[in-house]
Design a protein around this ligand. Structure first.
Ligand code: BG6
Length: 510
């Protein structure tokens, strides 16, 4: 981890790095420059440039570090700096961007316009990058249709230098076969150890905190299995709709947009065995074992283990919003909501359902993981004392907090028998760490990329295990002509999603 001064050499071994731009024993050096493809695009403006700025203002970029932007649009360095300056003014609070710091940051920026669809066009870019090509960080946030030509161009022009590393944004394919094709193309120019597949959820502080909660405390681990846990719920609810990403979303739907990546990564972190070390190989080895242990939801089980929905016009936070097809302008069979009942078929999780749901235009933005513990085996209290089983609520966003619901005695003389009540034990993360600036996910990921640490990036075997599981679900939906249920925007999805868990005597945490 960057913060822990760990890097992984190309054989996959963890090594201590030499800070300050030095070279580690395994030969992985800090990048001297980052090359951003899609540099003027939305992700770059909202996340990448502000993240690099955050790192720069905290002194985390080497002094001569360069940020080279490239995109199709004709611009010069000044034009790109103007785009960046505008992005910073929109996405960084004014008190965090003093003028001298902004000017220093803009001074790192340069731009080369490039049509990346033709690999022959890369020579001027390579010339511009010069010797920094040896250990360049390259970030592709372009349409996947440009991946292959970009990678060929990078390799042919010498930009895929011996220490260069490549970060890729999703979607990395739309199914297992297309994901393999992309991975093969990328691996023709970069070895796996220098491919950094981004799942921005892994960059979230709150998601990393899951590891701290599980493996930094003695309290939970002995109960973290089928003997102690009844079920797990993972909800990622969004209030937004299409946000103008019409064709992107329409081609993917909620299952591939959110479950294939973010939600399966959350599930893997919840369910994995303790890794021996916090390094790229150990952590990812454990995650992939979980992903491979997921029981297939296939033609025989999709009807009982999944629900899909699409939102109709309604209201979110008191504001009327149009339905999905109104936003799209045509009819559509794309799901904007999915709920699943998953199982991890191994010893630890035998018989424990993992319920997952995600959707657009739900009542509130909220990502949380609920660990529902089992009830105590026997109550010593009288009939008046109702016992609720313990529940751990890990709220990832919008605010981070961890709450353990426990039973406590109600104060009183108990003339009619002892009474118990559920009370929360709260860890209010923002207050506990009030003096620490909360960083956006990409800050962490960009720094790890620059420093060459792939721990928080997704390995090829993980992506492929994720796709294999998702493909079976989609095949099941198609083969059984799965019903797409409508739900009113601003509600928690189709009522069938409630029935999915109620059949097991469970209710979604809301
Ligand atoms: C992206 C999806 O990966 O994650 C979007 O493509 C979704 O559809 C977004 O809105 C959610 O991310 P976050 O960080 O806002 O939870």
């Amino acid at each position: 981890m960057s913060g822990m001064n760990k890097v992984e050499d190309i054989a996959g071994h963890s090594l201590s790095s030499v800070g300050g731009g030095g070279q580690s024993a395994g030969g992985v050096t800090k990048s001297g420059a980052i090359l951003l493809f899609g540099a003027t695009g939305d992700l770059s403006q909202r996340m990448l440039l502000p993240s690099l700025f955050g790192l720069d203002s905290d002194g985390l970029l080497p002094p001569d570090f360069q940020i080279i932007g490239t995109a199709r649009s004709a611009k010069d360095d000044e034009g790109f700096r103007a785009v960046a300056a505008d992005a910073l003014s929109r996405f960084i609070e004014v008190e965090r961007r003093p003028d001298d710091v902004v000017q220093r940051f803009l001074g790192r920026l340069s731009y080369v316009s490039l049509d990346a669809s033709n690999p022959d066009n890369f020579a001027p870019l390579a010339q511009h990058v010069g010797a920094k090509a040896q250990n360049l960080s390259i970030f592709l946030s372009t349409a996947p249709s440009l991946f292959e030509s970009t990678i060929t161009g990078l390799a042919a022009s010498g930009l895929a230098g011996p220490q260069s590393r490549l970060a890729l944004e999703k979607p990395l394919g739309h199914d297992l076969a297309s994901s393999r094709a992309i991975n093969d193309a990328v691996q023709a120019a970069f070895p796996e150890q220098r491919i950094f597949r981004i799942d921005h959820y892994l960059g979230k502080e709150t998601v990393q905190n899951l590891l701290a909660l599980r493996f930094g405390n003695m309290l939970f681990e002995p109960l973290w299995n089928a003997s102690g846990i009844d079920h797990v719920e993972i909800t990622v609810a969004e209030t937004v709709g299409l946000e103008g990403r019409t064709s992107y979303y329409e081609d993917l739907g909620a299952l591939r947009d959110m479950v294939q990546n973010h939600m399966l990564q959350l599930l893997a972190l919840v369910a994995m065995e303790p890794p021996a070390r916090f390094d790229a190989t150990s952590v990812r080895d454990e995650k992939v074992k979980v992903l491979r242990s997921l029981r297939a939801i296939d033609r025989a089980s999709v009807a009982t283990h999944s629900v899909i929905g699409q939102y109709e016009a309604g209201a979110v936070a008191g504001q009327p919003v149009p339905g999905y097809t109104d936003e799209l302008g045509r009819s559509s069979a794309t799901e904007t909501f999915v709920a699943l009942k998953a199982h991890v078929d191994n010893w630890r999780w035998k018989g424990v359902p993992f319920y997952m749901r995600t959707g657009k235009r739900l009542p509130k933005r909220c990502s949380e993981i609920i660990i529902q513990f089992k009830a105590v085996p026997h109550s010593i209290f009288g009939a008046g004392a109702t016992l609720q089983a313990n529940r751990l609520i890990i709220r990832l966003q919008p605010e981070e907090n961890i709450r353990l619901l426990m039973m406590a005695k109600q104060p009183g003389l108990d003339r009619d028998g002892i009474r118990l009540r559920e009370v929360p034990l709260d860890i209010d993360m923002p207050n506990a760490f009030a003096d620490t600036r909360r960083r956006i996910a990409y800050e962490r990921l960009m720094l790890d990329l620059i420093e060459g640490d792939p721990t928080l990036f997704v390995r090829r075997d993980e992506v492929e295990a994720q796709w294999a599981w998702i493909d079976a679900i989609r095949d099941g939906w198609q083969a059984t002509d799965m019903a797409l249920r409508s739900y009113t925007a601003g509600t928690w999805g189709p009522s069938a999603a409630i029935a999915l868990v109620e059949r097991d005597g469970v209710s979604w945490h809301e």
